[in-house]
Design a protein around this ligand. Structure first.
Ligand code: UD1
Length: 420
C-alpha cells in the first residue's frame, strides 16, 4: 500500500486548481441511468471512487469513457443488468445511489446492502422507507435490497433525519414517477442542488432544491444533457486548513466559495485572512491559529467532512477548542493518530476537547478513512520533522492528485510506492 512521506515546516505559497466535487459527481453519474440518451459531464475528478462508480455502471450495461480532461460521456441505452453486487457496494457506499434510478426507469433493482463502515453504522432505511411510500415493494434478501414497482407513484415523504444520499436517491426516483412527490426534511447540500440542476436539464420538473422541501413532478421520460460538476468544497476547505496550519498564502482557482460559508467563517475565526471572488479564494495566514470550537451540522452548518481537517488546525492553536460531531457516531479515528504526533485531545462521546500545543512532531501514522487521512496530511505539513502517512488509498478515493497539488505550493511531500 502506498504511503506519503511529508517533511513538515514549509510555509505554503502559490495557486491550486480545485477539482470537481466527488460527492456531486457520484449521484450525477448514477443519474445517467435515468435516460437512454447520452449524458456528457465536465469537471469529473479522476478519483478511485469515481472509477468504482463507472465500473458499477458498466456492470449494469452503461457505456462510458472518462478522458484526461475530466469529461465523461455516459450512454445507458443498453442496460442489461439491474443488480449492484456486494464487491462494488462494499468498496463504496454511494453505490446505493443506483437504487432509485434503476427502480424508477426499469421497475426493478437489486442492490447489495452496504453494511457498516469505519465512521459509523450508516443504514439506508430512509432510502427504503421513501421508495416504499412511492409504492415500491421492497424485500431484504441474502444481503440485497430487492425492489419492484411497475411505476412509482408520487408521495409525500418526510425522512426521519436529514440524509444526503437519501434525498438524492428519492429525488432521482421521483423524477420518473407518476404525479407529485414532496420531500420534507430534505438535505440542502450544494451537491443536491448540482444533481437537481442536471436533472432539470434532462427534462425533470423539480422545485425547492437547496431548501428542506423539494417538490418533484414526475415526467414520462428524460433526455440527454451536458453538465459541469460543481467545485469540491471539501477539497478547497482542506487546502485552506493546510495553509492555516503552515502559514503562507494560497490562491484557489475554480472553487465555489458560495458553498463554503461555514468553513470560511471558522477559518477567519482561526486567524486566516480570506478574500473571495465568484470562483476563487485567496487565503493568507501569518500567525499561530486561534482555537475555534465548532459543531458539525447538515448544510449550511459546518460539514462533518471538514471536522478532521479543522481539528488538525486546532491541535496547534493558541487555546482550547471544543468540537462536537453530530452527524456520525464514530468519526474521531484520526484523534489517536494526531495524539501520536503530540496533539492533546480528550474525547467524551461526541465531544472532543483539543488543547492546542505549540508544535506537533512528525511520526508514522495510519489513515483510517478519507477525511481522517487529510487531517493527518495537514498535521504532517505543520509538524516538526518527518511524518509518514500509511494506507493512503483512502486519500486516493477522494482527493485528486493531492500530493502533486501540495508540492506545487511548496510542501515537501512524496508518495512512497508499495513495492508489491
Ligand atoms: C453523504 C456524503 C458524506 C458526508 C455525509 C454527511 C456522499 C457520497 N457522501 O453521506 O461524505 O459525510 O453525507 O454530510 O455524498 N442515516 C440513517 N438512515 C438512512 C440514511 C442516513 O440513519 O437511511 C443517518 C446516517 O447514519 C448518518 C446521518 O443519517 O448518521 C447522515 O447520513 P447521510 O446524510 O445519509 O450520509 P451519506 O449520504 O451516506
Amino acid at each position: 500500500m502506498d504511503k506519503l512521506r511529508i517533511t513538515g515546516g514549509n510555509r505554503l505559497g502559490g495557486e491550486v486548481t480545485i477539482s470537481g466535487a466527488k460527492n456531486a459527481a457520484l449521484p450525477i453519474l448514477c443519474a445517467s441511468l435515468l435516460t437512454a440518451d447520452t449524458i456528457t459531464l465536465h469537471n469529473v475528478p479522476a478519483l478511485n471512487d469515481i472509477g468504482t462508480a463507472l465500473k458499477l455502471l458498466r456492470r449494469l450495461g452503461v457505456q462510458s469513457d472518462h478522458s484526461q480532461d475530466g469529461i465523461v460521456h455516459l450512454d445507458a441505452s443498453h442496460v442489461d443488468s439491474l443488480e449492484a453486487p456486494y464487491e462494488l457496494v462494499k468498496t463504496m457506499r454511494a453505490s446505493i445511489l443506483v437504487l432509485g434510478p434503476l427502480l424508477t426507469r426499469f421497475g426493478e433493482a437489486k442492490v447489495s446492502l452496504p453494511g457498516g463502515c469505519a465512521i459509523g453504522q450508516r443504514p439506508v432505511d430512509q432510502h427504503i422507507k421513501g421508495l416504499e411510500a412511492m409504492g415500491a415493494e421492497i424485500k431484504i434478501e441474502h444481503g440485497f435490497v430487492v425492489a419492484r414497482a411497475k411505476r412509482l407513484k408520487g408521495a409525500s415523504i418526510r425522512t426521519d433525519m436529514v440524509t444526503v444520499t437519501g434525498t438524492e436517491n428519492l429525488m432521482m426516483a421521483a423524477v420518473l414517477a407518476e404525479g407529485r412527490t414532496t420531500l420534507e426534511n430534505a438535505a440542502r447540500e450544494p451537491e443536491i442542488v448540482d444533481l437537481a440542476e442536471l436533472l432539470i436539464k434532462m427534462g425533470a420538473r423539480i422545485q425547492g432544491h437547496g431548501t428542506d422541501r423539494v417538490i418533484i413532478d414526475g415526467v414520462d421520460r428524460l433526455h440527454g444533457a451536458t453538465h459541469q460538476v460543481v467545485a469540491d468544497r471539501i477539497e478547497a476547505g482542506t487546502f485552506l486548513c493546510a495553509v492555516g496550519a503552515t502559514g503562507g498564502e494560497i490562491m484557489l482557482r475554480k472553487a465555489a466559495p458560495h458553498t463554503m460559508g461555514a468553513v470560511i467563517n471558522k477559518l477567519e475565526e482561526a486567524g486566516l485572512t480570506i478574500e473571495c471572488g465568484d470562483d476563487w479564494i485567496r487565503a493568507a495566514m501569518n500567525r499561530r491559529p486561534r482555537a475555534t470550537g465548532f459543531r458539525t451540522r447538515e448544510y449550511p452548518g459546518f460539514p462533518t467532512d471538514m471536522q478532521a481537517q479543522l481539528m488538525a488546525l486546532d491541535t496547534i492553536a493558541d487555546g482550547t477548542s471544543v468540537i462536537v460531531e453530530n452527524i456520525f457516531e464514530n468519526r474521531y479515528m484520526h484523534v489517536q493518530e494526531l495524539c501520536r504526533m503530540g496533539a492533546q485531545i480528550d474525547i467524551d462521546g461526541h465531544t472532543a476537547v483539543v488543547t492546542g500545543v505549540p508544535q506537533l512532531s512528525g511520526a508514522t501514522v495510519m489513515a483510517t478513512d478519507l477525511r481522517a487521512s487529510a487531517s493527518l496530511v495537514i498535521a504532517g505539513l505543520a509538524a516538526f520533522g518527518e511524518t509518514v502517512v500509511e494506507r493512503i488509498y483512502h486519500l486516493d478515493r477522494g482527493y485528486e492528485r493531492m500530493e502533486e497539488k501540495l508540492r506545487s505550493v511548496g510542501a515537501r511531500i512524496e508518495r512512497l510506492k508499495d513495492a508489491a
